[in-house]
Design a protein around this ligand. Structure first.
Ligand code: HEM
Length: 276
């Protein structure tokens, strides 16, 4: 029973905002490595932590969408993926907050981060994997993090959004199958062509297959916003460090530039070329 000012009449302390959200713990998780702490290191830490929280929610929604598709609950899957798209939109915007930092300010504390790098974000890799980008080579970056390594290995053998989507379509009279391993280049390419050609009818008669069409559009949007994030990240990195090598040891901008062509659902982009 709740009394005056929300106090419980039975004497128990009512739940408050801080207790529920663990705000005191949350705002004590920003430990600057520079001494004295550089003013902008707080921004640098908070922005990365915020990304990690959003990645956590993206994984939560993607897992739910995979499950929903397996149960033929297309409406729920589309709803969860719509949320992922909106989060991804925000993730692109967040990059620009970092651009308020001068390159010289970043350089003032950058050495303290070495050899840590965004390259070691396990959740970023988990998101890539659940979206279909399975590449075992990323595991080497996690050799010293057994928990993250175990999670990534589990992800690599789990059902992806693409697997669920094509299984769902195949149960609904589309002649499609889940994607093969990307390392089997020829098979992977012919799968993309065959799938794209089959899905032309989805795009020529969207009202007939409206729910599947909407799902396909959410998937391509996830791909598009991830690509936009990669683009804005690499441009921000170039503004910040030019052609210096990354704290993770890669050739920095040149490496990131090579990731710009990555696609989670290349077959969905290909459909557009086959539409007449
Ligand atoms: C001043 C800010 C930043 C700089 C200078 C920077 C720089 C870099 C560089 C040079 C790399 C290549 C790997 C390496 O050698 O370290 C990289 C990778 C990466 N960074 Fe950043 N970064 C910044 C902010 C961020 C933020 C805010 C995030 C958000 C999570 C992030 C996430 C990543 C990820 C996930 C990768 C791996 C990308 C891939 O392999 O496809 N970075 N970053």
């Amino acid at each position: 029973m709740v009394g005056y000012f929300g106090a419980n009449l039975d004497g128990a302390k009512p739940l408050n905002y801080d207790d529920y959200l663990k705000v005191p713990q949350l705002i004590n998780l920003q430990e600057c490595k520079s001494t004295p702490a550089h003013h902008d290191e707080m921004l640098f830490i908070i922005i990365h932590q915020t990304y990690e929280l959003w990645f956590r929610l993206i994984l939560h929604e993607c897992d739910s969408a995979v499950e929903a598709m397996a149960k033929d609950n297309v409406v729920l899957a589309e709803k969860q993926l719509g949320r992922v798209v909106e989060i991804k939109r925000i993730l692109v915007q967040q990059i620009h907050i970092l651009e308020t930092m001068l390159p010289s300010d970043f350089l003032a504390f950058r050495d303290h981060l070495k050899p840590a790098s965004g390259f070691q974000s396990a959740q970023f890799r988990e998101v890539e994997i659940v979206c279909g980008l399975k590449d075992e080579r990323i595991l080497t970056a996690f050799d010293d993090q057994p928990e993250a390594l175990a999670r990534l290995k589990k992800r690599l053998s789990s059902t992806t959004l693409a697997d669920s989507f094509y299984n769902l379509l195949s149960r609904n009279n589309f002649n499609v199958s889940p994607p093969p391993e990307r390392s089997q280049t020829e098979l992977w390419q012919s799968w993309q062509e065959k799938t794209a050609k089959e899905l032309v009818r989805l795009y020529l008669a969207p009202s007939e297959y409206y729910e599947f069409y909407r799902l396909a559009e959410r998937l391509i949007e996830i791909d598009e916003y991830t690509n936009l994030w990669r683009y804005h990240h690499v441009r921000m990195v170039e503004r910040m460090i030019g052609s210096k090598i990354g704290t993770g040891g890669s050739d920095g901008v040149a490496y990131l530039q090579r990731t710009l062509g990555y696609k989670f659902f290349p077959e969905l982009w290909l459909i557009r070329s086959y539409l007449t």
